[in-house]
Design a protein around this ligand. Structure first.
Ligand SMILES: Cc1cc2nc3c(=O)[nH]c(=O)nc-3n(C[C@H](O)[C@H](O)[C@H](O)COP(=O)(O)OP(=O)(O)OC[C@H]3O[C@@H](n4cnc5c(N)ncnc54)[C@H](O)[C@@H]3O)c2cc1C
Length: 375
């Protein structure tokens, strides 16, 4: 999948089109069901393997990496929170067997990037339900075989009293309401849609979204997004390194003036990778312990992981650009950093860092930094 994603990355970006070739390869390699337990026909892979793939894809095609990440977040949620529900067990079997691609819809006209509030609601008579949503941003919505969406539990429920609903393509219609002509991440095709859905009431995941969000959606998203952005940064550093080596070869070993920026880029990339790998270890060792996952310290750490990994990835790509100068600034040529920069700039607005920082302020005042590293 990675080499095929690399081959088509420029065309995907240029035409702002879905990376069909990369996802054809992902299906052929059974990667869309990699996290589904073996008992349901999947590969039973852990999140570490998903994170590694997001990183490798991010190096070559950020849009493929982000689509892969968003799909795998939904699968992780099903595996961790819906294993006992017959409807969702069947859904997992179908994802593994038919290699279904799942989109996710949280953003809404009325609530914007506030994932923990919904305007739309599930209207259920206990057997059947309907749901209409003004989904203003939904990546690869038109290409997906199914989607999972947040909604209020019922018409009278408060905005934060949310559930997550799984919908098969036959259950919904999508009417485009806007286009996706943006600076970067162009292949995610994150168009806006008027979503109209109906299905069985069993399609609502059995656990409240509040629990799903804190225990899985937020940490898994921040790990896989972080890996994608780290991959983008690593791709830029690789080009900067190639540029410096090439320049030195052509001037009797004399290093170009921007070389120190390469060192700076390598330094932030190393920090970024270290931060991600320790967060992954922490998440894996927490298992399914609600007590650990919902603790204020864990939540603060994983929310801030998103802010710091996005900012560090942007800094790394900017340092790589400074190391390469005009060759990196060009939109073409083997040292171009242009696509990496355009793609990575989406990281700070994908759930806006300002929003996360504002929400984390209270926790930052309450949670003490451990006195020793090993705490
Ligand atoms: C590449 C990409 C793919 C995406 N794919 C999907 C998808 O598949 N499904 C989906 O549902 N959504 C998707 N989104 C949308 C994403 O989840 C967020 O909803 C979106 O990025 C938030 O956009 P926003 O900045 O306009 O909105 P908001 O987060 O509402 O922010 C609007 C403005 O208000 C400011 N602001 C907001 N809250 C605060 C606060 N508390 N304090 C200070 N300032 C604040 C922000 O700085 C920003 O300037 C995607 C986004 C991107 C970039």
């Amino acid at each position: 999948m990675v080499s095929i994603a690399a081959e088509h990355a420029s065309a995907v970006d240029r035409d702002a089109r879905f990376p069909h070739e990369a996802f054809g390869a992902a299906r052929a390699a059974h990667l869309l069901g990699m996290q589904i337990p073996v008992e349901f026909g999947g590969e039973g892979a852990g999140l570490g393997e998903v994170v590694d793939l997001c990183y490798m894809l991010g190096r070559v095609c950020a849009s493929s990496a982000m689509i892969f990440s968003m799909h795998q977040i939904m699968v992780a949620i099903l595996v961790r929170h819906a294993r006992s529900s017959p409807w969702h067990q069947d859904f997992m079997r179908r994802i593994a067997k038919e290699q279904l691609l799942i989109a996710s819809s949280t953003t809404e006209n009325q609530t914007g990037g506030d994932v923990r509030a919904s305007a739309c609601c599930v209207d259920s008579d206990g057997r059947r339900m309907t749901l209409d949503k003004n989904a203003t941003v939904m990546s690869y919505g038109a290409e997906a075989d199914a989607l999972m969406t947040t909604a209020r539990r019922a018409p009278e429920a408060a905005p934060s009293d949310q559930v997550l609903v799984a919908l098969m393509k036959a259950d919904y219609s999508l009417e485009p309401v806007n286009s996706w002509n943006v600076m970067g991440m162009r292949g995610t095709c994150s168009t806006g849609f008027a979503l109209r859905a109906s299905g069985a009431s069993d399609q609502v995941l059995p656990q409240p979204y509040e629990k799903i969000h804190t225990q899985s959606m937020m940490p898994v998203a921040h790990l896989t997004w972080g890996a994608t952005w780290t991959g983008i940064a690593a791709g830029a550093v690789a080009r900067a390194r190639m540029f410096v080596r090439n320049a030195a070869r052509h001037s009797n070993g004399q290093l170009p003036p921007g070389t120190a920026h390469l060192t700076q880029a390598v330094m932030t990339l190393r920090t970024l990778r270290g931060q991600l790998s320790s967060a992954l270890q922490r998440f894996e060792s927490a298992g399914l312990s609600g007590e650990i996952l919902e603790s204020l310290d864990f939540q603060t750490a994983f929310n801030l992981l998103k802010v710091s990994s996005s900012e560090m990835a942007i800094d790394t790509v900017l340092s790589a650009l400074r190391a390469t100068g005009l060759s990196g600034y060009r939109d073409d040529g083997e040292f171009s950093i242009a696509r990496n920069l355009r793609d990575v700039l989406s990281s700070s607005i994908m759930i806006n860092n300002d929003r996360i920082l504002a929400n984390a302020t209270q926790a930052a005042m309450l949670v003490d930094i451990p006195a020793f590293l090993q705490d």
